[in-house]
Design a protein around this ligand. Structure first.
Ligand code: F6P
Ligand code: MN
Length: 289
């Protein structure tokens, strides 16, 4: 099953072909380098390596005008300006949850294809998705036309779910940040959810969001007392994940509005991220109002 837009298909094909290689390349790259990413997080060897690999390949695609990543400060200009031509901008979190490398837990690669120059609103996305490096490698690709889950093997992608839809009955939740750092209104909401759903938190956004897509429920990384803007990045994490979950029939929110309608100021802006079944995100917004 391919995507009808040839540029988007090239982007997703490049990422899916690279995923097997990235997975294999993690071996021997579990240490850290003496550098921080633009968000001030210590970089793993694998973060830097995966960013260079994806950056080189995605920037070379005809019709990709910009490449940006969580792991580099500046946007790479690689052709036409996405705001004035039919080119797209590709934003990537090359290795989401890379702190899980040390403990050998799940990680992912997140991508968003924006029909606008970065930083851009999420409602300019034409496609978004992720690779999940779990016991097997899977990929979810969402466009205007489809939201499909694939298994990846040897560079091939095989459909496992043609139309990913959030289950109507929510089962799992996962909330990031230390509980004493949660604002009171979020803590009160979390207490209610804890009594209704089952905790599943793995520490990689992609792993945790894929549980929500599979079982129904909600994932949240809220604004914190110590950092009201939260932890996750709007361009590389919030928007692509918001797009995927909304396409699967759920909702996304920064606490008060869909992530896809948030105006970005800076490429590396952080935002509170909440995604999941509509009823749960509506309740969250009521609790924070
Ligand atoms: O990319 C940031 C990230 O690793 C996400 O994948 C994950 O959801 C979050 O940070 C985990 O943060 P914490 O270690 O605070 O639970
Ligand atoms: Mn990440």
């Amino acid at each position: 099953m391919t995507v009808s837009d040839p540029v988007v298909e090239s982007v997703v094909a490049t990422i899916s072909r690279s995923a097997t290689e990235i997975r294999q390349g993690l071996i021997g790259r579990r240490g850290t380098v003496d550098e921080e990413n633009p968000s001030g997080e210590t970089q793993a060897e694998a973060d830097v390596w995966a960013d260079e690999l994806l950056g080189d390949r995605l920037a070379a695609i005809d019709g990709v005008g910009q490449y940006a990543s969580e792991e580099r400060a500046e946007i790479v200009d690689c052709g036409d300006d996405p705001s004035s031509t039919d080119a797209y901008a590709v934003a990537v979190d090359p290795l989401d949850g890379s702190s899980n490398l040390k403990s050998n837990n799940a990680m992912g690669t997140i991508f968003g294809v924006y029909d606008a120059a970065l930083p851009a609103r999420g409602d300019t996305l034409v496609a978004a998705g992720f690779v999940l490096y779990g016991p097997i490698t899977t990929m979810v690709i969402a466009t205007d036309e489809l939201i499909t889950e694939y298994e990846l093997s040897g560079g091939e992608r095989t459909v496992v779910d043609r139309d990913v839809t959030l289950p109507a009955e929510p089962v799992v939740y996962g909330f990031g940040g230390r509980v004493p750092d949660w604002p009171d209104d979020f803590r009160a909401y979390a207490r209610e959810i804890e009594s209704e759903l089952k905790l599943r938190y793995g520490g990689a956004l992609i792993g945790d969001v894929n549980q929500v897509l599979t079982y129904g429920g909600t994932f949240g990384y809220p604004g914190l007392e110590s950092r009201p803007e939260g932890k996750l990045r709007l361009q590389f994490e919030g928007n692509p994940i918001g797009y995927v979950v909304e396409r699967a029939g759920g909702r996304s929110s920064n606490g008060s509005q869909s992530l896809l309608t948030v105006e970005p100021d800076d490429l590396h802006d952080r935002t509170p991220v909440h995604v999941g079944n509509e009823e749960l995100i509506d309740r969250l917004e009521d609790a924070l109002a």
